[in-house]
Design a protein around this ligand. Structure first.
Ligand code: SAH
Length: 241
């Protein structure tokens, strides 16, 4: 039994000093059998709105794992406001987008079904689990929401008037994302196409939306997941949130 924080966990319960938190089965298993923690061991808990707290395992029985919340470690900051819209790509790679986007500060992940996507079905719950794990690891105080997949038409039709949409387009005479991002303040989002890129009629539709700024990520053709990671890294470097 030591004072060191042995793990970081996202929980859905409210957090306040003196409160009690019951872990779900998976988290209880992880603490007891993977990390081999025991009563008295300390962990950090966050839930996306109350801040990060130090909590101590009070009970780690066969069925239940309960923790007592002891102290505030970090107050909650403003929520991450950057949206990443991306066409679902094949298994293995889509998880990479979710994991890296979480590390790079995306606040909301929006799968978008386009003409050339190869994966029509998106399991938002499974993707959220990946985001949660990444948030626990990278010391974020929130987990990006994973929206239900929508078609590109719906995304564009419902697009908020005040949010800029940087659309990453390969082989186009577009401004670099860096230059575009430096010139824009306020809410923004990225849109990345699927392995096969956007269809010409989709590009025409996208270009018709006044909030859209087409952008380039350089002269090479990047895989969709590389494009997502590179674009987020650029945006993160010029924006605070
Ligand atoms: N198969 C397509 C490429 C698709 S790349 C082709 O060969 O033409 C997948 C997605 O990554 C694209 O839809 C785009 O959103 C993004 N992307 C890849 N390279 C890019 C670049 N150099 N600049 C901007 N976006 C890029």
């Amino acid at each position: 039994m030591t004072d060191a924080i042995k793990a970081r966990l996202y929980v859905t319960d409210a957090l306040s000093i003196g409160g009690t938190v019951a872990l779900d089965d998976d988290q209880a298993h992880y603490l007891r059998h993977v990390l081999r923690l025991a009563p008295g061991d300390a962990v950090a808990l966050f839930n996306g709105h109350d801040g990060e707290f130090r909590a101590v395992i009070a009970e780690a029985g066969k069925k239940a794992c309960r923790l007592t919340v002891e102290a505030l470690l970090r107050p909650q900051g403003p929520p991450a406001d950057l949206w990443l819209c991306f066409a679902p790509i094949k298994q293995g790679r889509i998880e990479m987008i979710v994991e890296k986007a979480t590390e790079l500060g995306a606040g909301r992940l929006l799968p978008v079904i386009t003409r050339r996507v190869q994966m029509q079905k998106v399991n938002a719950e499974r993707l959220f689990a990946h985001a949660r794990e990444a948030a626990e690891q990278c010391e974020r105080l929130d987990v990006p929401a994973v929206a239900a997949a929508v078609t590109l038409e719906t995304l564009l039709a419902d697009w908020p008037a005040d949010r800029r949409l940087f659309v990453c387009v390969e082989r186009a005479e577009a401004l670099s994302l860096l230059a575009a991002a430096q010139a824009v303040t306020g809410p923004c989002a990225l849109l990345i196409g699927p392995e096969g890129g956007f269809a010409p009629e989709e590009l025409a539709r996208i270009a018709a939306l006044p909030q859209v700024v087409p952008v380039s990520l350089g002269p090479r053709i990047l895989r969709a997941e590389t494009a997502a990671i590179a674009a987020l890294a650029i945006l993160q470097s010029v924006r605070q949130n």
